[in-house]
Design a protein around this ligand. Structure first.
Ligand code: TYD
Ligand code: MG
Length: 454
């Protein structure tokens, strides 16, 4: 006889409790505890028995490692985000807003893989086989190695994987899949967790790389428990504004490579196209010679990109000045403004400040400080900096400009794109060679930087 059990689980962190609570004791979030009814069937578990053979501990010197083989697709940007290609047996989660292009991206990747003669199984719980076929036609996909399957029951998925014997599996989306032995609704915490655990086991035991599509909640997190992110090997986010054509694929977690690596795509009529030189794209629309605009060479993962930072500083009409920042941390902006007030004597208290990173990129490294600060000053004074200048450096509380990582790569990228001067921390000078066609200006304090650039 099956036994029914009811429990409450936090949709954010997966915390379990016997009764409902307004606030989750695990992560402190409000209104995230949901009831889940679970039916526990006694006796052996159905089709997928968990492994019972115990393995032994091995001395580390006896562990043999083979060279990690990665499968590179023809999409070099996609490979880079994954750390150089797809690792067999890995479980990759791709999150993003609805309509951003997750299914399109994965169908294109499937097509490229199957063109290389690798068998791919594309499982869609959201679209029928016909719909997927229509999309594939639009993308120009014709290959016998790509299998399409529309199903949501995990047991059938498992059987089909055994029948088709693919090297790659796409599950679109994890929220639609259900485990037949867990009775709560698809998309609930227990379902998502159990299904992911099962898919992880399939990936590891059968050495198949599995890609999971995950929906994102209003707050921008992958719906379902946070633990989902802990369970998988790699978490990628697909971001972008729906009204803009370009999309950013960002690695948030990667057991097989570096994180914060980004790839940029353009959504065109025939699918997604890689943008091989993102700096050019970001600088395309820049307003040359406008007050408030500066350029920074920021590291995104292992690659430098040049991005425009824009500020608008206007007198406040209410009691409290407004501070708004998109693409950079708002607290960082407040701090930089305080430094300008105290160290440079600028009267910014009665000014509203709006800061924006052009192109919808998010920058979160300290090396952007100097560019943000110069941009604020430029708008405040209504004076432009030279359009061929770029700024790199972290700003400290006493107004000093501090050293940053990978200076050589940043300056090289700026030189490559035709910038004539790079303002960098003085402490970063030495031990490397400046590129020939760019003037490098080492600055010790913000007052040095401002004096030289205006
Ligand atoms: P989709 O991959 O269905 O998004 P997701 O799976 O993340 O929900 O992408 C849907 C959007 O992409 C839709 O608005 C149409 C657009 N699109 C193109 O512009 N060009 C194309 O070739 C395709 C297939 C879709
Ligand atoms: Mg989709």
């Amino acid at each position: 006889m099956a036994k029914k059990k009811s429990k409450f689980m936090c949709s954010s962190c997966g915390y379990e409790a016997a009764k409902w609570m307004g606030r989750c004791p695990g992560c402190g979030e409000w209104n995230t505890m949901n009831e889940e009814v679970e039916v526990i069937t006694k006796g052996p578990r159905g089709a997928f028995q968990h492994s019972t053979t115990a393995t032994k501990a091995t001395p580390i010197i006896h562990v043999e490692v083979q060279e990690e083989t990665r499968i590179a697709t023809e999409m070099s940007e996609f490979n880079r985000v994954l750390g150089g290609g797809i690792v067999p047996g890995s479980l990759v989660l791709i999150g993003g807003d609805p309509g951003i292009g997750k299914s399109t991206l994965l169908l294109q990747v499937s097509a490229l893989l199957s063109n290389q003669g690798k068998r791919v199984l594309y499982i869609s719980g959201e679209e029928s086989v016909r719909q997927t076929k229509l999309r594939a036609e639009r993308l120009g996909v014709h290959t016998p190695e790509l299998y399409i399957y529309s199903e949501t029951n995990l047991e059938f998925l498992n059987q089909t994987i055994d029948e088709v014997q693919p090297k790659f599996v796409i599950v679109d989306s994890i929220q639609t899949v259900h485990h037949p032995e867990v009775t709560s609704a698809p998309g609930s915490v227990s379902q998502v967790r159990e299904c992911t655990a099962e898919l992880m086991r399939i990936a590891k035991t059968k050495n198949i790389a599995i890609f999971l599509v995950g929906h994102v909640t209003k707050e921008g997190q992958i719906a379902g428990p946070r633990i989902l992110e802990h369970m998988v090997d790699t978490v990628l986010y697909f971001e972008g504004e729906r009204h803009h054509n370009h999309r950013i694929l960002r690695s948030q977690k990667n057991r097989f490579g570096s994180t914060n690596e980004i790839a940029i795509f353009e959504m065109l009529h025939g699918g997604l196209k890689e943008v091989l030189n993102p700096s050019e794209l970001f600088l395309q629309e820049r307003s040359q010679g406008a007050p408030g605009s500066t350029i920074v060479a920021s590291m995104e993962g292992t690659r430098p990109i040049l991005v425009e930072i824009q500020s608008l500083i206007t007198p406040t009409s209410f009691n409290y000045p407004k501070r708004m920042a998109t693409g950079v941390d708002q607290n960082r902006v407040q701090l930089l403004m305080a430094v300008l007030e105290k160290r440079m004597g600028m009267m910014l208290q009665a000014q509203d400040a709006y800061i924006k990173v052009a192109g919808g990129v998010k920058l979160d490294e300290p090396a952007i400080d100097l560019a943000v600060l110069t941009s604020i000053v430029s708008s405040f004074k209504d004076q432009t900096v030279r359009p061929t200048d770029c700024f790199i450096g972290e700003v400290g509380l006493t107004g000093e400009v501090r050293r940053v990582s990978r200076i050589e790569q940043r300056v090289q990228e700026a030189a490559k794109l035709g910038f004539k001067r790079a303002f960098i921390p003085a402490s970063n000078i030495g031990g490397w060679e400046f590129p020939a066609d760019i003037q490098v200006v080492g600055v010790e304090t913000i007052s040095d930087a401002l004096r030289e650039s205006f």
